[in-house]
Design a protein around this ligand. Sequence first.
Ligand SMILES: [Mn+2]
Length: 247
Amino acid sequence: MGKQLGTPCVHNIWIPDGMKDSPVDRNALRKQLKKSLDEIFAVKYPKKHLKDSVESKLFGIGSESMVVGSHDFYLGYAIKNNTLITLDNGHFHPTEQTGDKISSILNFVDEILLHLTRGVRWDSDHVLTFNDELLLITQEIIRSKALNRVNIGLDFFDASLNRIGAYVIGTRSAQLAFMYALLEPFNTLVKYEEEGKNFERLALLELLKTMPFGAIYDYYCLKSKVPVGQDYIEEIVKYEKEVLRKR
Ligand SMILES: [Mn+2]
C-alpha cells in the first residue's frame, strides 16, 4: 500500500489482552506476547513503505487486573526492535500527562504515532477538543522541533453525534492546538527560563491564553477556502440534509 501511494503507511498493533482477575504467571503471558510480535514482525519491510507501531493500554473492560501489553512492555519492545510507539492519550492514568512522555521517548525511538483523543475516565475514543492535554502534546512536539518524527492519528469513534461534525470538530481542534503551539514565542520563554526568570515565564504563558489566536485560525480557514468560524456548523447541517440523507 505504502509503495503504491508513495508515502509510508503506518500499521498499528493494539490487542485487547489481559485478565479480569489477577494472574500468577504474568511473566509467561508477556513472554508469549513478545514471541507473537517477533513472529508478526519476522518479515522486514522498508520504513519508507511501512512503519510498524505498537500501542499500550492501561486496562480494558474484562481486563481490569492485568494487561499484558502495558506501556512498559511496548516501550521496551519498540526501543529494542526499532518500531514506532503509539501514544493514545486515553490509555494512561488520568493524572498522567501524555505530553510529558514525548521528549523522553524521542530520545530513544525514531518516531511516534499519536492516537489523539479526549480520554474520559477509562476510555479514549471521544471526539478531540481543544483542551490542556491536547495542548501540552502539541507544545511538546513543537518545542522539541519534532514535527517530522510524529505521525498524527485522530479519533472519530463516537457515533452519538453527527459523523461529519465529529470529524470536523476533532480535526479543527488538533489544527488549532498545533497552531497555538507554533505561535508560542519559544525563544523568549526559554530565555526567561535559562535566566531563572520564572515569574516572567509564567506571566507570558498566561498572557498567551487570551491572545487572538482564533482570528489567525479563521484567517487560515479563509485562505484555505473552507467555512470560517461557526459557518461550518450550518455547512455540515446542510450536507447532512442534501447529501447524506439521500444515501
Ligand atoms: Mn488507541
